[in-house]
Write a protein that binds this ligand. Sequence first.
Ligand code: KG4
Ligand code: ZN
Length: 323
Amino acid sequence: MLILGIETSCDETSVALVANGQKVLEHIVSSQIKLHSRFSGIVPEIASRAHLESINLMLEDVLRKKYYRNKIDAVAVTHEPGLIGSILIGLITAEVISYVLNLPLIKVNHLEGHIFSSFIGSKLPSFPFISLVVSGGHTDLTLVKGFGRYEIIGRTRDDACGEAYDKVARVLGFGYPGGPIIDALYKKSNPDEFPLPRIVMPESFDFSFSGLKTAVLYKMRELAGSKKEKPKNVPLFVRKNIAASFQKSAVNILVKKVLRAAKVYNVNSIVLGGGVSANEHLRNELINESKSKNIELFLPEKKYCTDNAAMIASVAYYKWKYT
Ligand code: KG4
Ligand code: ZN
């Protein structure tokens, strides 16, 4: 079954063609980072306009190859959650294609896409497993019992982890998006020079990142000797060390919680997804910890961590087949 996937829920426009949930035949992503970076965050109106400009060109690009014509069996699209104006561009596009070509339309929850993104191109895991989706909008710990059978056991009570990365990078004067920038400088920095608090909430599977983010803000004000954060007043190596300390704390919280969830729910597999799952330090820590605890760990390929249509087309196939 060949599925055309469309993803426009946030700031990436993406189109993919995936066969039987596994074989990615075409996959393109148009990132809007350049458009949003001067605002240090996503501007919803700019995002939806950019989706509108790109989507038809990208569809033409993917569908220009003759051998795909008349071969597509269904159209899949992200219909929630996300920026409403952005979602509408993808959704209306998919509805029109489905109507004109008389193809079934499979609406996919964006988070379901992230949950199963580790299994594009590989066999499915056995259920149940613990999923950790860490992105710019979510930090969700879910017990996955099967397709469409999800029990959310923990979420963030304030900022999503990726959102905290982006805000901390802005306070430190490093630009947008913060995650990849902080990830890249981690190895060459000292995460122990400015220890930051870890809000673990051991009684719960919920997360909180706003205290950690605020601790960075106060540290920067203290070091700049100002009531406002002035990154240029603080030497670059100091800012890098603060960023590394933030990452060490954030990753430690994520790793602790996901491992405890596996233990409490007596589950032997952990599956990662979402933009932050591209993070090298997080991946390495989880690889080491899961090895020592004999837990099976599934990590998405880097290209499927951030938003993409391949994960939408892939999970649509399984939804179609199993639910
Ligand atoms: O999944 P995603 O593309 O969009 C949402 O659904 O939100 O995630 C975007 C988030 C951003 O906050 C970005 O800073 C973060 O993922 N991110 C990373 C890395 N790459 C992207 N965070 C940490 N380390 C990375 N390497
Ligand atoms: Zn996402």
